[in-house]
Ligand binder design. Sequence first.
Ligand SMILES: NC(=O)c1ccc[n+]([C@@H]2O[C@H](COP(=O)([O-])OP(=O)(O)OC[C@H]3O[C@@H](n4cnc5c(N)ncnc54)[C@H](O)[C@@H]3O)[C@@H](O)[C@H]2O)c1
Ligand SMILES: [Fe+2]
Length: 370
Amino acid sequence: MRQLLLRPELHRFASCAEFAEAFRLGEGDLVITNRYIYEPGFGALGLGAELVFQEDYGSGEPSDEMAQAIHAALKGGHRRVVAIGGGTVIDIAKLFALERLTPVLDLFDGKIEPRKGRELVIVPTTCGTGSEATNLSIIELKSRGTKLGLAAEALYADHAVLVPELLEGLPYPVFATSSIDALIHAVESSVSPRATAYTKLFGHRAIELIVAGYRAIARGGPEARKPLHEDFLVASDYAGIAFGNAGCGAVHAMSYPLGARFHVAHGEANYALFAGVFRGYREIARDGAMAELEALLASCLGCGRDRAFDELEALLSRVLRRRRLAEYGATGATCAEFAELVARTQGRLMANNYAGLDEARVRKIYESLL
Ligand SMILES: NC(=O)c1ccc[n+]([C@@H]2O[C@H](COP(=O)([O-])OP(=O)(O)OC[C@H]3O[C@@H](n4cnc5c(N)ncnc54)[C@H](O)[C@@H]3O)[C@@H](O)[C@H]2O)c1
Ligand SMILES: [Fe+2]
């Protein structure tokens, strides 16, 4: 069994200008970004690249409709795609590095083979998705009412670039939801049956960095995150390497219908499911990778193994308030509907679960979180 695949080449720059110079950003580049992220660091550099501001093509997280709208507006002929943004910008940009991406629905249905068409450079500006390290693009298919992930070799970046300066303007709620997403990537992948000693090296270190950062925030308030931006950015990348190899599981699978139906941000939707799914697993088994994870959390949190998940929940609640599913508008009927949808469409992720969760158990977990 493969133990670890490390892609892409990884870079770190102290400023946007240094990155732009080293990569000779300019003509022939298609930069997909947001205006308010691009302008402060790159605006004055006059790069001459073609710019696409994602917010001009739809709001919220990425969808097939957004990608189609951008595609329709482009002239084409780029030699390189540069994504500068959060997971939304990155997952859209990945599709534009393909030779052919439309109709997007056909791409996700496997009717178009994803082939690399141009070089791809990814610069993450949140500290959550780890998408710069994965071969995944996760898009909401509007007509299907859920998000789906496309996994393909051609979706790996050629270069991932970390510029901690870019996180300076990140609003606290996006910091909180995106870093919780990274923590969940690390935790879910650590107990996946595909985890290896190598993926756990990255996943466990990501957990240590994020939990230490959260403890600093619990002590010092939201401002305490600022000197730790680089730790969070690195942790998110580590977590991306871990889950890119070992996979995420039921937390992600079960969050997709919630996110799509009630327009809940990805990290927040994961957070809403996290405690319930792990309670569900631990009712079934607590040995092997779960025991290892409990021991790691206990040592990060300074508590006994039995208290590890309770203490983690208490710490997370100081970073972001967890909402109950009913607060988003879910009912008992929604739980049954989501459980059926997960069973039918999320097999790719559910195969990575620590313990088997059938449709009845999935429904019970949703109901326990209402
Ligand atoms: N492909 C993968 O491997 C993978 C993994 C996890 C999540 N995802 C996807 O990523 C998406 C979520 O990404 P996200 O959590 O990064 O949020 P996001 O990209 O949706 O960004 C949230 C908001 O923050 C803004 N923003 C981002 N960076 C900023 C900055 N530095 N300063 C100011 N504003 C900034 C964005 O413009 C947006 O309005 C979801 O669609 C999710 O499915 C993909
Ligand atoms: Fe995620």
